[in-house]
Design a protein around this ligand. Structure first.
Ligand code: ADP
Ligand code: 5RP
Length: 433
């Protein structure tokens, strides 16, 4: 594998909840190109087809002169978005998205095989989804067991052609033991009729881009495709945070908390888990609250205009638990938790104040839970995602969190994934963990 030079660039591709983005950076971390494409709100074809078309169209949007300098590409996807495919990588059924709770029907089975309090004990875990998919998939007798892949794994497969690989960020909610770096005995003993992916460290260079695809896209044959990560870990990596006690809240369609901690904590009842990051832990959880609820009531322009009329120093009298539909994962892990959006004041400014404060209270409750479980105390919160631009909201959150809340220097997950691609070719890495 050739070493990277100052003439090389690195591409990060983020498959988020509402669209995909790509950012190319130079060896010094400067953004040299970026592109984005929304997902269609009403899917016109099978989901995996939309992902594939979006991936190729997104790469094609990066200027040709940058594409020909690419030394590595990494991808992230929404965590626990999974699919089953055959030995040729063809999806056998529609993928299940990160927030799909149909796995609730399999929780008894998950409980029977997994240890108590394990992260997989959630309706939306990759393992619950895998069991649900296996229970519904009509598999021909003697057919080889299907491959389970996450969204980022499958997209990377399209670029490097090696099937059956994942990374230990995406694999956490499948049950992979990120402490021991192996599948645990309880999962292997379950003998599931599936080919579990082989797990790599996020950012490991896997293989060069498929020659035909490289030719078609004007990407050098030497460009390495790397093991990926999840979208909210990518947002954390984008921030540059590297000291225990620093946290990143992703305020996109959902609310995701990630605190860098020397202590690993887990609590299935509140949807809290720890991702591995070098020698440290990225502890936190993901709630279904967030910008998707705001979008049910307000356009982005309305959010900006109405927020400007809110006094962030004054608590809202509303006691909302904003969710786009019943069910949350963190800090209350309950697939049936009802949203609370009543009573609704006539004045839209007051209603929005209640929503922003409700989401901020869920965030504060989440960080409090992490502290109660013994994680490194919170010192500072950086914010990524569409909500990061809302200063009034930042002030509401700062009042409730009682630590400084700052915008992340780079709010795009794709920037963090580009850093991961760059680290793949610079073995001493640049993350400092
Ligand atoms: N001024 C604003 N204040 C609060 N939220 C906002 C504002 N502008 C956009 N948003 C929210 O940001 C979300 C989009 O953020 P983004 O990071 O692009 O999300 P995704 O998770 O889908 O990638 C939308 O759901 C929208 O409601
Ligand atoms: O809600 C999400 C979708 O944007 C997040 O991807 C998510 O569930 C966070 O998971 P992880 O901590 O494994 O990255």
């Amino acid at each position: 594998m050739p070493a990277a030079t100052s003439l090389h660039t690195f591409l990060g591709i983020d498959f988020g909840t509402s669209g995909a983005r790509a950012i190319a950076i130079s060896a010094s971390g400067e953004i040299v190109a970026q592109a984005s494409l929304p997902f269609p709100s009403v899917p016109s074809s099978a989901l995996a087809e939309i992902w594939r078309d979006t991936l190729l169209a997104l790469i094609a949007q990066i200027p040709a002169e940058i594409r020909q300098t690419l030394a590595a590409i990494a991808l992230d996807g929404t965590s626990s978005t999974v699919l089953l495919c055959d030995d040729a990588g063809i999806p056998l059924a529609e993928p299940l998205l990160y927030n799909d709770a149909r796995g609730a029907a399999m929780l008894d089975q998950v409980t029977a095989i997994a240890p108590p309090q394990h992260t997989v004990l959630s309706a939306t875990s990759s393992l619950a989804k895998l069991l649900w998919l296996l229970s519904t998939l009509p598999l021909a007798q003697n057919a080889p067991p299907p491959h389970l892949l996450h969204q980022a794994d499958w997209l990377a497969f399209l670029l490097h052609g090696r099937l059956g690989l994942s990374d230990y960020h995406n694999a956490l909610k499948l049950g992979y033991d990120v402490g021991a770096l192996r599948y645990p005995d309880w999962l292997l003993a379950a003998n599931l009729p599936v080919q579990l992916p082989q797990i790599n460290a996020p950012g490991t260079a896997i293989a060069p881009i498929l020659p035909d695809l490289g030719d078609r896209l004007g990407i050098p044959a030497t460009c390495q495709i790397c093991a990926g990560t999840t979208d909210s870990i990518a947002a954390f990596l984008a921030s540059g945070a590297s000291t225990p006690g620093q946290a990143v809240t992703s305020l996109g369609s959902t609310l995701v908390l990630k605190l860098l901690s020397t202590v690993r904590v887990e609590d299935a009842a509140s949807g809290i888990y720890s991702h591995r990051l070098g020698n440290l832990w990225l502890v936190g959880g993901a709630s279904n609250t967030g910008g998707a609820v705001l979008r049910q009531f307000f356009s982005d322009a309305e959010l900006a205009a109405l927020s400007a009329q809110i006094d962030p120093s004054r608590p809202s009298p509303q006691d909302y638990y904003p969710l786009p539909k019943p069910g949350d994962r963190f800090p209350i892990n309950d697939p049936n938790l009802p949203p609370c959006l009543e009573p609704r004041p006539d004045n839209p400014v007051e209603f929005l104040h209640g929503l922003l404060e409700g989401i901020a209270r869920i965030e504060a409750l989440g960080y409090r839970r992490l502290a109660d479980l013994g994680a490194t105390p919170l010192r500072e919160v950086l914010t990524a995602g569409g909500g990061a631009q809302n200063e009034v909201w930042t002030n509401v959150r700062s009042r409730l969190l009682q630590v400084p809340v700052l915008p992340s220097p780079h709010t795009e997950a794709a920037y963090g994934t580009a850093r991961l691609a760059r680290a793949a070719l610079q073995p001493d890495g640049d993350f400092g963990f």
